[in-house]
Ligand binder design. Structure first.
Ligand SMILES: [Zn+2]
Ligand SMILES: [Zn+2]
Length: 269
């Protein structure tokens, strides 16, 4: 029976690799396939999911931390894959051996597709990968969204997060840690620039604004290994939410996705 409940389980999250499982009663959708096929299958198994049971894999963009498991995974499991036209170019270019074209599906931002009773909408993200996108997923009762690899909170991204019950949102770097950190200057500029990643402060401001508009559940993801710490990201976002007189566990829940192991799911039911 479709009860409309939905959950988000990050399998691993960060600049080292990303994979997020979104599940409803009868549907399982994977968002991104970073790291290796072996690690992906291992972590899916840890959360009780057989890769053959996935209905679809949605890819956000062609950076290796989002697709490096896909070459082997796509040939081994033949699960339908969705990506924008530009992202497909990158996926095909990165493959050592081609997979069956029968599983390729092109997704167009703002054109909803239905996958196993879940309405999936891709939305364009500002990032230095052509055709990059985030995803909003809707059941009869709940809306959730996954938005990482966003240089800044564009109106398009914000509009798609608005009205979601739960969001997984990027908190990539702490500004002080980035600018005082070990990265070469050009890389610091890339991360903080218009094709880079979302800083903790911008994530926090977005979370506060969304929470005032009804979003209750926040999971922070895609943290930088060098320029952030889970405690720093969490503290920054928590402070912004508390500053709006919002109460933890009453008005909102807040968690940080683990870098290498599955995180306790965000469950909407
Ligand atoms: Zn990226
Ligand atoms: Zn990334």
């Amino acid at each position: 029976m479709n009860t409309g409940s939905i959950s988000i389980t990050p399998l691993y999250s960060g600049s080292s690799g990303n994979a997020i499982l979104v599940s409803s009663n009868e549907t399982k959708i994977l968002i991104d396939a970073g790291m290796s096929c072996k690690k992906l299958v291992e972590n899916l198994t840890m959360v009780g999911t057989n890769p053959f049971d996935l209905n679809a894999v949605l890819i956000t963009h062609d950076h290796s931390d989002h697709i490096s498991a896909l070459d082997v995974f796509s040939r081994k499991f033949s699960i339908p894959i969705y990506a924008t036209r530009q992202t497909w170019r990158g996926i095909h270019a990165a493959e050592r051996k081609p997979h069956s074209p029968a599983i390729d599906n092109e997704i167009i931002p703002d054109e909803a597709v239905e996958i196993g009773g879940i309405r999936v909408i891709a939305f364009s993200t500002p990032h230095d990968a052509e055709g990059s996108c985030g995803y909003r997923l809707e059941t009869s009762r709940f809306n959730v969204a996954v938005a990482t690899d966003i240089a800044y909170m564009s109106p398009t991204v914000y509009d798609h997060l608005l009205g979601c019950d739960g969001v997984l949102l990027e908190a990539n770097y702490d500004k002080d840690m980035l600018w005082n950190g070990p990265y070469p200057y050009y890389l610091k500029q890339r991360i903080a620039g218009n094709g880079g990643h979302l800083c903790n402060d911008d994530c926090a401001a977005t979370a506060a604004s969304l929470c005032k508009n009804g979003t209750k559940h926040f999971m922070l993801g895609h943290l930088s290994q060098e320029n952030n710490l889970p405690q720093v990201a969490e503290r920054t976002v928590l402070r912004a939410l508390l500053n709006e007189s919002l109460r933890r566990d009453t008005d909102f829940t807040l968690a940080v996705a683990n870098r290498y192991v599955p995180t306790a799911p965000m469950i909407l039911e």
